[in-house]
Write a protein of this length. Structure first.
Length: 205
């Protein structure tokens, strides 16, 4: 395993993503790629009473040459309030939702963001603070298709890819709110672990 890793930007990224931020000494986040569709860059998976619920950030229609740092959020309808209501309804009964509620609701009820990468970055910094995970990462200065000196997870940490693509990652198991109805679901958004495990979340990553 290299000491460096390349990650995509991500919205409330899955636990697998945060394991890289925890375990690599040098993390670099891609900001010059052309954004692919249906990835964790603009969506996350949480646990609802009916199983996995995907929350997607609407994006302004873009051309094929537009890089991720320039992708804008479509704020013509109140997706933030919808996402927050979903988080509330799914996790209100979790042990630690009320503990973290005030720290996160401002991202959904107080301010709108123009660029996707800015919103992802601000909320990721808050998640890192809540996890008490100290990590230093930087952003790419150009796009490279491949890296010889870093482990590249830009397209491996993806809803389209099985966890077997990342054999070094072992998903943690923990008690989930709706586990008795739907069974355990691994590698959901980091908020699933945070709301269910609280201060013990970092130990599980």
């Amino acid at each position: 395993m290299n000491q460096s890793t390349i990650l995509s930007t991500a919205y409330l990224a899955p636990i697998q993503y945060y394991s890289k931020l925890k375990n690599y000494s040098n993390c670099v986040i891609e900001q010059f790629e052309h954004i692919p569709k249906q990835t964790f860059r603009s969506r996350c998976d949480i646990y609802s009473p009916n199983g996995i619920l995907t929350l997607s950030i609407p994006l302004v229609k873009r051309n094929q040459r537009q890089v991720i740092k320039d992708v804008k959020i479509a704020n013509d309808y109140d997706w933030q309030k919808l996402h927050w209501r979903s988080l509330e309804s799914c996790y209100r009964r979790s042990p630690f939702f009320e503990y973290f509620e005030d720290d996160l609701q401002g991202f959904y009820l107080e301010k709108k963001y123009e660029f996707l990468i800015d919103f992802n970055e601000r909320i990721q910094q808050e998640i890192l603070t809540l996890l008490k995970l100290k990590t230093n990462y930087s952003f790419t200065t150009e796009y490279l298709k491949t890296y010889s000196d870093a482990d590249d997870f830009r397209n491996i940490i993806s809803p389209k890819q099985p966890l077997s693509r990342d054999p070094d990652y072992i998903p943690p198991t923990y008690i989930q709110v709706f586990e008795n109805k739907q069974g355990f679901i691994s590698n959901l958004s980091i908020v699933d672990l945070l709301f269910n495990q609280g201060s013990r979340a970092l130990e599980s990553i």
